[in-house]
Write a protein that binds this ligand. Sequence first.
Ligand SMILES: C[S@@+](CC[C@H](N)C(=O)[O-])C[C@H]1O[C@@H](n2cnc3c(N)ncnc32)[C@H](O)[C@@H]1O
Length: 236
Amino acid sequence: MGDRVTSAVLPFLSDVLYAALRAAGWEKRGEIVRLVQTLKGGDRPKNAEGEFPGVAVMPRSAWEPWGIFRKPLDGRVQDNLRRWNTGGLRRESDERPFTDVIPSERTPRQERKIADHPSLKPQRFMRQIVCAALPLGKGRILDPFLGAGSTIAAAEAIGYESVGVELDEHYYAIAEKAIPQLAKLYPKLGTGSKSAQAPAVMFDWKEANQTHDTAPTETEIVEQESLVPGQEMIQL
Ligand SMILES: C[S@@+](CC[C@H](N)C(=O)[O-])C[C@H]1O[C@@H](n2cnc3c(N)ncnc32)[C@H](O)[C@@H]1O
């Protein structure tokens, strides 16, 4: 297993999660900014909207933090890479290291049709995160909160071994069906080969960084986030 934890969280809660991970002995190594338009935040004060029409209680989030943590190293980075195949992030290319701001999109409709889960993450984004998580392309990706399987599908597409764990039987059944279908999408963004070795050809990063989003309407976001119109994501 790799030693790295990457977790998505709401911007206003990230410090709570990060403090817990640090308390559990993990080191923070950075934070990925997933640029994505959401409906989180931006609401007027609840039940006083008319009185304070010009106030937003919290900013409307146009990004999602993904903390990067690792277990404290056993020796130098190079020692860990040799011994455990871990200790760093896989580069995008010789010219460009993995970089922490990733333009993204709301999960496309075709992926949501395949995998009906309220928190499904998009393949374009997940494949970048998953690819980076194994610096030498060796080891195994673990997603202990599988959901509908976007992480495991990304690992399949790239050719990494992976394991997922899901508490909810309904979501587990969805994931079982969805993973092979999600993994087949976007052939340019995957190697399609199962190999314990680093795949010789990585996927096309420029293609992966494409976003196909135009600014979403609130109706589209509501549909995406599985809310009913009028329901708020965060109640304050
Ligand atoms: C935020 S969702 C993950 C969504 C996933 N990233 C995807 O794209 O489909 C978290 C999932 O973790 C599951 N879960 C919550 N607690 C769990 C636990 N203790 N063990 C395993 N799964 C758990 C929930 O049922 C939920 O499906």
